[in-house]
Design a protein around this ligand. Structure first.
Ligand code: ADP
Length: 453
């Protein structure tokens, strides 16, 4: 392939908040790129605002008026003379219109092309692409269906089935259905919910797999068309389809399966003309040894640091370099060194799991050998109630998985995060790390539910 024209990024606007904004600013400093933070009125004391070279307030606390406010974000880019926009995860990161508008304004969008975002953002279309590319998908429908079609397909593949919103994400827009009667009841509900939540009533259906593992492949793809897998991650510790602990590499697959998984991920990324850092997600059936594509996420993932720990590849740096037209210097997946896991430390009630924000009056963060903490919080910071409850990510790296779990436990035990009204899920992590299933790597996506969570 021909060499790509290089585009320079001198100043980037970080269209995000919290730990991922801090994460990106740190890499920019190392790359010599100036940074512009944007913030809502609720975030004026946030760490990303302090670390960036410049900061612009883009509106009141509700995300719709600030972090999702495209005109205000673009005005901030214009007045500060930024030449690129980094979207992080969540907010506008997977919005093809935003990517398009950014590029139409002469700025570089650090992520895949808008057409790619549009395609993979529709989970039914993505499944069609996977099928055409010879990537195994979960049995079920591969297009928008009516209730009658849903009943026919469910009859053929057998119950239980899962109804999914094509435009869904973040663990939302899914319903498990156990019988024909339930499908008749839930199908119209799923449709109207999908319309209300995502503005698109396309619902599809697939076989609900029994206790699968969630295994995903991180890829980097440059503008020349080269796609390289950068380790796999297992994210089977989930509560209500939301990831709680992630690890790299997956402790559940052998070299042969890993190779096939990587090949499938590359085939899919190539089929959608992917550019940048992305993740191809699969469900893995431990009994049959089969894996099935579920979706691709066209952005940096919350759990990306576990991959960085075991490969030494700075994924955020590569997002910037690829956007500037740099070619990947490696052909093969980098070697994996040891094991890493990430715990999502949330401000939430340990019993109800409801968000429990508040001031951080006392903070002792963990450290020591093999420990990385990605966070935007500090002692004296007040966790605002308007955004997701992620306080910090504790990432642990060790030579083997037993040492990894012991280290993770030590990390949780030395942490103190206290304040009036503020609660955390630290004890929940301690509990999970000590379960027999997790220690023996026999955990699956339904484990926490089986244990009463
Ligand atoms: P989202 O885009 O909301 O993250 P995904 O399609 O990636 O949704 O699925 C999220 C999680 O939901 C999976 O990791 C898994 O735990 C569960 N899930 C999704 N599809 C199935 C399925 N067909 N069978 C069993 N569990 C599923």
């Amino acid at each position: 392939m021909s060499a790509q024209p290089k585009r320079e990024i001198k100043k980037v606007l970080i269209a995000n908040r919290g730990e991922i904004a801090v994460r990106a600013i740190r890499t920019c400093k190392e790359l010599g790129i100036k940074t512009v933070a944007v913030y809502s009125e609720a975030d004026k004391d946030s760490l990303h605002v302090m670390l960036a070279d410049e900061a612009v307030c883009i509106g009141p606390p509700p995300p719709s008026e600030s972090y999702l406010n495209i005109p205000n974000i673009l005005s901030a880019a214009e007045i500060t003379g930024a030449d690129a926009v980094y979207p992080g995860y969540g907010f506008l990161s997977e919005n093809p219109k935003f990517a398009e508008i950014v590029e139409a304004n002469g700025l570089i969008f650090i992520g895949p092309r808008p057409e790619t975002l549009r395609l993979i953002g529709n989970k039914v279309k993505a499944k069609q692409v996977a099928k055409r590319a010879g990537v195994p998908t979960v049995p079920g429908s591969t297009r928008k269906i009516s209730l009658e079609e849903a009943l026919d397909i469910a009859y053929d593949i057998g119950y239980p089935v899962i109804l999914k919103a094509a435009a869904g994400g973040g663990g939302r827009g899914m319903r498990v259905v156990y019988s024909e009667k339930e499908l008749r009841e839930k199908f119209p509900l799923a449709r109207s919910e999908a319309k209300a939540a995502f503005g698109d009533d396309t619902v599809y259906l697939e076989k609900f797999l029994l206790n699968p593992k969630h295994i995903e492949v991180q890829i980097l793809a440059d503008k020349s068309g080269k796609v390289v897998p950068i380790s796999d991650r297992e994210c089977s510790i989930q509560r209500r389809h939301q990831k709680v602990i992630e690890e790299a590499p997956s402790p559940s697959i052998d070299g042969e399966t890993r190779k096939k998984l990587y090949e499938a991920a590359v085939r899919f990324a190539e089929a959608v003309g992917y550019e940048g850092a992305g993740t191809v997600e699969f469900l893995y059936d431990t009994k049959s040894g089969e894996f099935y594509f579920i979706e691709m996420n066209g952005r940096i993932q919350v759990e990306h640091p576990v991959t960085e720990m075991v490969t030494g590849v700075d994924l955020v740096k590569w997002q910037f370099l690829i956007a500037m037209g740099e070619e990947l210097p490696f052909e093969e997946p980098p070697p994996i060194n040891g094991f890493a896991l990430e715990m999502r430390i949330n401000a939430e009630d340990p019993v109800t799991f409801a968000p429990a924000p508040g001031p951080i009056e006392r903070l002792i963060l963990p450290g020591g050998f093999g420990v990385r903490v990605d966070t935007h919080v500090y002692q004296g910071y007040r966790v605002p109630p308007y955004y997701d409850s992620l306080l910090a990510k504790f990432i642990v790296h060790a030579a083997d998985r037993d040492e990894l779990i012991r280290r993770a436990l030590r990390v949780v035990e030395e942490t103190v995060i206290e304040g009036k009204g503020l609660k955390t899920n630290l004890e929940f992590h301690k509990f999970i790390l000590q379960t027999k299933e997790f220690r023996e790597a026999k955990h699956h996506v339904k484990l926490l539910e089986e244990l009463g969570y």
